[in-house]
Ligand binder design. Structure first.
Ligand code: BG6
Length: 518
């Protein structure tokens, strides 16, 4: 691998290139992309010959754009701050004002890139990052091609990073894929899902496939069910114009939650080559049982938050009172569902998914609930007919990355009494806590030309195919009980009933180990 030092195994800087950010003055660029570039720079992964060219409609000079980044992006950096590295990064930022639909802007873009190649000694490698509203994706791609900026040669590459949402439904996702594939090669397209850039999500692969004890019991014979929770305490913030038309289902399920599910449920790939992994992920998504309209009614739950009080005591308004949200909005801010995977490994094992805004905290975790152990040896002891607690494995992605396993131990003393205890592994304890946004690995991989952690067209379409019947039924039957959960709660009661009907319950997220008894 050209970007790994074969002697030491350490990663080398990415090849010289220019990163063009469309939507350069937007939230994503300020909050995620610039901090990610800064962390990459700290880790010495950015090439020495490197430039960022921001493009958007706002009228800035390059100088004013740098000031904006200093003012608005620096505030999003975590960890020890290095003024030297930040200043160096900001210095290589340039700006071009332009309307995304104006062909003339792309003539100026081509000219500016030529100038920057000379100035920054970059060899014509361009990474075009679409951090714009999705309505512009197709137009930008087309214009880039028209001015010849998508053409690769032996001496330079051209790549396009497409942010989510990739389409609004199955039809629009297919249309966008078709349009892009008519003008770009699949190998030039990097459909990003920042959840796949999260360290813990990537760790699922090593956890499952590099440990002899895990995989043999990772199946329907041992696992009772799986829960995937992505909970956020934030509300819609200043994104109502996007969120009102999207809602929690489109915003989170076909991308982040199904990406996590695919990592958990996929079969072992025969190698870690990009397409070997993506083939396995595609297979598992294709094996999910499609929802009939009846299933949508019984296996999905939607919710919208009312005013409430968050865990830290802050009172917050209802979704319908947020800026830019309609007074009678029918947009869901919470969704829960159960689904089944028709495969030899997972037949009969429900996967429960839930995600929502204004939840009691920021928790992203996967619960693997094992089956009950036979009670035989304990039936006459002090268990008094109670079942032994089943083992639970919790994979924590946020906020405190780690893995814990709940087991039963004997309470010290003269009688046979059991108590659940936890074995816990925390990333911090072993590897420290490097700040990250989830975008670092993905940007770096794109610069290196490694598409493993990016979505292929078929994966995107399979995910939309699954969600489509839910969208159809929900559209046909607008919710009548919104708002149906208070901010600071775990969604509507129907989400609890979804599991109760199956004799199960959501595990309470604790953000770490269950508190130990003192
Ligand atoms: C984004 C969604 O893709 O992911 C947001 O559009 C959501 O609504 C965010 O808040 C969650 O990402 P993270 O990394 O903060 O868990």
């Amino acid at each position: 691998m050209p970007h790994t030092d074969t002697q030491t195994g350490t990663m080398m800087p990415a090849p010289p290139c220019i990163m063009v950010i469309f939507g350069a003055a937007g939230d994503l660029a300020k909050r995620k992309l610039f901090p990610a570039l800064y962390y990459l720079s700290i880790a010495k992964r950015l090439p020495e010959n490197f430039a960022v060219l921001g493009v958007s409609r706002e009228d800035f000079s390059s100088e004013a754009y740098r000031e904006l980044m200093n003012k608005e992006s620096r505030a999003h950096l975590d960890g020890d701050y290095s003024a030297e590295i930040w200043d160096q990064l900001v210095k290589c930022c340039h700006y071009l004002q332009g309307d995304f639909r104006d062909p003339e802007a792309y003539q100026r873009l081509a000219q500016k890139l030529g100038e920057l190649d000379n100035e920054c000694k970059t060899p014509g490698n361009y990474l075009f990052y679409m951090a714009t509203p999705p309505a512009f994706f197709g137009d930008i791609a087309e214009q880039i091609v028209k001015v010849g900026l998508a053409k690769e040669t032996d001496s330079h590459w051209r790549r396009l990073v497409i942010e989510k949402p990739f389409g609004h439904d199955l039809q629009s996702a297919r249309a966008l894929n078709k349009k892009l594939l008519e003008i770009f090669k699949e190998r030039q397209l990097y459909r990003i899902d920042h959840y796949l850039g999260k360290e813990t999500v990537q760790n699922f692969l090593s956890f499952r496939f590099a440990n002899g004890v895990i995989e043999p019991i990772w199946n329907r014979s041992y696992i009772d069910h799986v829960q995937i929770t992505v909970a956020e305490p934030m509300g819609v913030e200043n994104r109502a114009s996007y969120y009102e038309g999207a809602g929690a289902l489109r915003d989170m399920i076909p991308n982040h939650l199904l990406a996590v599910l695919a990592m958990i449920a996929m079969e072992p790939p025969i190698s870690f080559e990009a397409d070997e992994i993506r083939d396995e992920q595609a297979k598992v998504l294709r094996a999910i049982q499609p929802f009939t309209p009846e299933d949508v009614l019984t296996h999905t739950v939607r919710g919208q938050y009312a005013a409430g009080v968050l865990a830290d005591g802050t009172s917050v308004p209802a979704y319908r009172q947020e800026a830019g949200v309609a007074e009678d909005s029918k947009t869901e801010t919470f969704v829960a569902m159960s689904l089944m995977i028709d495969s030899w490994r997972w037949a009969g094992v429900p996967f429960y998914l839930r995600t929502g805004k204004r939840m009691p905290g920021r928790f992203t975790e996967i619960v693997i609930q094992y089956k009950h152990a036979p009670n035989t040896a304990f039936k006459n002891s002090l268990m008094k007919g109670k079942q032994v607690e089943p083992n639970v494995m919790v994979l924590r992605i946020q906020p405190s990355e780690g893995i814990s396993l709940g087991i039963n131990a004997k309470v010290p003393g003269q009688t046979m009494q059991l108590s659940p205890v936890e074995m816990d592994f925390s990333y911090d304890d072993y590897f420290g806590n490097e700040p990250s946004t989830g975008y670092e690995t993905l940007i770096y991989d794109c610069m290196k030309g490694d598409p493993t952690l990016f979505k292929r067209a078929d994966i995107i379409e399979t995910a939309w195919q699954l969600v489509e019947p839910i969208l159809d039924v929900w559209n046909a039957l607008p919710p009548r009980d919104f708002p149906n959960y208070a901010a600071g709660e775990w969604g509507p009661s129907a989400a609890d009933e979804l599991l109760q009907r199956d004799g199960r319950r959501w595990r309470v997220c604790t953000g770490g180990c269950t508190p130990k008894k003192t």
